[in-house]
Design a protein around this ligand. Structure first.
Ligand code: ADP
Length: 487
């Protein structure tokens, strides 16, 4: 990591030149057929590829390299070399690159959103929101980059001084899901780069193009080669790539967003190298509506929380508990809203909110290639049914009736996971009691949309650990080094 002043100023000069050269409007390749390792657009060493489909039409979007462990090792080695450079950039230099990434997300917003709708199938307007959130991640962490403060600790000994400095953890391996192909990568990558880490990403096999678009933006922003690497990998190679990433000694941290089942495998794989790990796993969010709630607000909060991204976010309301006095009224109001608001269709059609016909339920839509499910409302659910124990991850609202606050909290906490929880109440004492008792990492009180880059995102129990976003998110990519100085 030692570098002369001359080398450093050459690097920063290089940074400025690359940036000013590349920041004029450039063509963004929506579906490149190469992956990005060590700053180069490349095939896999085996030359194997796999196909990526538009899930709404089952048509081919393109093919990408099918990387195996050898390709992964190249990416890790590139990230290792780049770490020697990037971690020696000043915080201000790193901040400027991240800020350019923000500007480029704003500049290329429409194309970036179209990539998401093509590869993921979500409505274009939701893709545009996802790009906004991604852009804000780079903006937020361009600012946080400059605030990785350490500490001076009062010493108990007159001849010693105590300091804590923050240092980047090193190379980070990311495994990310298809439901937010840009944002799940942005929240991790922005924080890691801000801290001075370098990154190797294995994107979901269904949605590699958002990751590859980020690499194009990173080049334009002047991010040095090797700081950001993507290994596109088919499902059949995924388990071995995941294992190799976790077991590689050069990789110092794994951050994973996905299912609890896969999270447990990665935790085991990371044990042999005692790697730092961050896990953002499945949720099964309770959504409680108490008798005192404003029913209109609760229905609108539930519509937002349950049906955003077609119910395919890990913080989606999953188990809906409604107190007995307002139960019938609530179900009627919800059914009405679902009929009025939800429309199934291809994500590029106007007004589409769900990726299938609006009936109240229960079946796969036979249009759109069989990959879509009808918005569904199920009442009279009880806690013994499978639907109340599994994460639904789809546009299905299952409603249970409860009697007392204690019942609601007990039912809400009766699952092994704890990511988000929501409740609606106008009783201020009840609000404090329930907010404190819910076993989750994030609580929405009279609010259905809670995710934002300024606030910590993360779960407890089998939903994982660690915070993404916010001032806490940066710390996940920094080590505390204690310096004890004798004087
Ligand atoms: P989802 O149900 O949302 O697809 P997964 O946990 O299966 O959740 O997938 C999330 C990410 O984890 C994807 O990038 C996927 O390719 C990857 N993945 C799936 N199985 C494994 C595995 N055994 N090892 C490493 N990564 C995996």
């Amino acid at each position: 990591m030692s570098q002369s002043k001359d080398e450093q100023s050459a690097l920063s000069c290089n940074l400025v030149q690359i940036s000013s050269h590349h920041c004029s409007a450039q063509h963004l390749d929506l579906f490149p057929n190469k992956t990005y390792i060590g700053g180069k657009w490349t095939d896999s060493l085996s030359s194997k590829t796999f196909e990526v489909l538009d899930p709404a039409k089952n048509t081919l979007l393109g093919t990408v390299p099918d990387c195996n462990v050898e390709d992964l090792n190249l990416a890790i080695n590139s990230a290792n070399s780049a770490f020697q450079i990037w971690s020696n950039f000043t915080a201000e230099q790193r901040s400027k690159v991240l800020r350019k990434l923000y500007d480029l997300h704003v500049q290329y917003k429409q194309q970036l959103a179209e990539i998401i709708t093509h590869e993921n199938g979500k409505p274009l307007r939701e893709s545009l929101v996802e790009i906004d959130s991604s852009a804000k991640s780079y903006e937020w962490f361009s600012e946080e980059a400059k605030r990785a403060y350490g500490d001076v600790i009062p010493s108990p000994a007159p001849n010693k001084r105590f300091l804590v400095v923050k240092q980047p953890v090193g190379i980070c391996g990311f495994i990310t899901p298809w439901n937010f192909p840009a944002y799940m990568i942005a929240r991790k990558t922005a924080a890691a780069l801000a801290a001075g880490c370098t990154v190797v990403i294995k994107p979901a096999e269904d949605t590699p193009y958002s990751a590859l678009a980020l690499c194009q933006l990173a080049e334009m922003a002047g991010l040095p080669a090797g700081c950001l690497n993507v290994v596109t990998t088919s499902r059949s190679n995924t388990a071995q790539i995941g294992k190799a990433l976790c077991e590689n000694q050069l990789v110092k941290k794994i951050s994973f967003t996905g299912s609890t089942a896969v999270g447990k495998i990665l935790l085991q794989n990371s044990a042999s190298t005692v790697k730092k790990v961050q896990m953002e796993l499945g949720g099964n969010a309770p959504f409680i509506v108490f008798d005192s709630a404003d029913i209109k607000k609760a229905v609108s909060g539930l519509m937002a929380s349950k049906f955003r991204n077609s119910g395919q976010t890990c913080v989606c309301a999953n188990r809906i508990f409604v107190q007995e006095n307002i139960y019938d009224k609530f179900i009627l109001a919800l059914a009405e809203e679902m009929k009025n608001q939800l429309k199934v269709g291809h994500g590029f059609e106007n007004d589409v909110t769900q990726g299938g016909k609006i009936v109240m339920g229960g079946a796969k839509c036979d249009i759109l290639g069989g990959n879509f499910f009808e918005p569904t409302l199920i009442s009279d659910v009880n806690n013994d049914m499978e639907i109340s124990r599994e994460e639904i991850f789809g546009p299905v609202a299952a409603i249970m009736k409860f009697k007392t606050e204690e019942d609601a909290v007990r039912l809400a906490n009766s699952v092994p996971v704890g990511l988000a929880g929501y409740f609606y109440s106008n009783d201020i004492s009840q609000i404090w009691r329930v907010a404190e008792k819910l076993e989750v990492g994030m609580v929405g009180v009279n609010e259905g949309i809670i995710s934002t880059i300024e606030a910590p995102f993360g779960g407890i129990k089998e939903s994982g650990f660690g915070s993404e976003g916010s001032k806490y998110g940066m710390n996940e990519y920094l080590n505390n080094k204690f310096i004890c100085m004798g004087i």
